[in-house]
Design a protein around this ligand. Structure first.
Ligand code: FNR
Length: 362
């Protein structure tokens, strides 16, 4: 091992910072406005403590599970994050290869820099496709079709972004979005008239802020794939999601890049889980940086977690190897956490294995 070989995923962030131009590093690392929620997403995990059980036979630990019926080596997925070619010249293709090597599920962003077809043909990982709703709805429908034809297994419909959150670093840096290859010949990503973040100008030109609950029926009419709603934070909305009939929800605040001052996702998780009562799968993302964080999310009722920035930072620092290592480190840490907590299988992890601030006030 070299001196700069990271021993945890947080150390990849430093390496990524050294490797990337400031504009791109800030884009990947940043959150919106005061970045209050960005800090909270990580800090809130620290306020949850573990309640391990002793003298359990933990000589064999099994982290494997299924998500929507698809086998995975661990309840850890790659979150859909945009524009991996800004992190590494080969972009999402390498991320997908790492997912396949680690036998975990990959979420591919609608705003990827490699095409749906390139990602599909470069690896046999189970892949879910993340969807944004464009004003030109036929473009969103076309992407869903392409994902379906290319063997993606589910649609992650992101609902927290009717408009792009205000990311001040991108405004200052005059962040330039590259041409997104999926849309070549359909939409030009090039925006010449913006003062600040090009990305913001592009988003306001394309995203459809009128898309609402009633339009989910339209999405169902154009795909047979299961639909998971990504960006649920409240009891009120998960009730609506169940009424409308989706296959799952993802508790997410978009890595704190959209509305600032929403709660840390780990603080919002239990409200959703208690409302769902096991009727549909609840996935989770935001601030996962340790195996103990994964364990805490599972204990609070998530079926699996998705990881965003650590993957991109791994990719920026060391390409496919970096992504693999980031996933492996989280898996290894989860395995150790399960052993030290007396939980040989995922179903042994219960609400009683964590103590939250809500418990302190009971
Ligand atoms: C994102 N995220 C995101 N989500 C989405 O639905 N579509 C997208 O294109 C993107 N793009 C994106 C880019 C970057 C650079 C980041 C950091 C995040 C949000 C992502 O799916 C996930 O919700 C968060 O990344 C989870 O938080 P952590 O793990 O980054 O703390």
């Amino acid at each position: 091992m070299g001196d700069d070989e990271p021993v945890n995923v947080k150390e990849y962030q430093q390496l990524a910072k050294q490797a990337l131009p400031k504009m791109y590093y800030d884009f990947f690392a940043g959150g919106s406005e005061d970045q209050h929620t960005l800090k909270e997403n990580v800090e809130a995990f620290k306020r949850i403590t573990l309640r391990p059980r002793i003298l359990v036979d933990v000589s064999k630990i099994d982290m494997s599970t299924t998500i929507l019926g698809y086998k995975t080596s661990a309840p850890i997925m790659i979150a859909p994050t945009s524009m991996h070619k800004l992190a590494h010249p080969q972009g999402e293709i390498l991320t997908a290869k790492a997912a396949a090597a680690c036998n975990v599920i990959m979420g591919l962003s609608f705003s990827s820099t490699c095409t749906i077809e390139e990602v599909a043909s470069s690896c046999n990982a189970v892949r879910f496709f993340q969807l944004y709703m464009y004003k030109r709805r036929e473009i969103s429908a076309l992407m869903v079709k392409r994902a379906e034809i290319n063997g993606f297994k589910a649609i992650l419909l992101t609902v927290d972004s009717p408009k792009l959150g205000r990311r001040e670093a991108d405004i200052k840096n005059k962040m330039i979005a590259p041409q997104l290859k999926n849309f070549e010949g359909l939409v030009s990503t090039e925006v010449h008239d913006s003062e600040g973040s090009n990305l913001e100008a592009y988003a306001s030109r394309t995203l459809d802020p009128s898309f609402s609950w009633k339009d989910i029926a339209w999405l169902k009419s154009v795909t047979k794939l299961p639909i998971l709603i990504k960006g649920v934070l409240t009891r009120e909305d998960v009730i609506k999601a169940m009424e409308i009939g989706v296959e799952g929800v993802i508790v997410s605040n978009h890595g704190a890049r959209q509305l600032d001052y929403v709660p840390a996702t780990i603080d919002a998780l239990e409200e959703v889980v208690l409302t769902v009562q096991g009727r549909i799968p609840v996935l989770f993302d935001g601030g996962i940086r340790r195996g103990t964080d994964v364990f805490k999310a599972l204990a609070l009722g998530a079926q699996a977690v998705m990881v965003g920035r650590p993957i991109v930072f791994g990719l920026a620092a060391k390409g496919e190897y970096g992504v693999k290592r980031a996933i492996e480190m989280l898996k290894d840490e989860l395995e150790l956490t399960m052993a030290l907590s007396g939980c040989p299988t995922l179903s042994d992890i219960t609400r009683n294995h964590v103590r939250t601030q809500i418990d302190d006030h009971r």
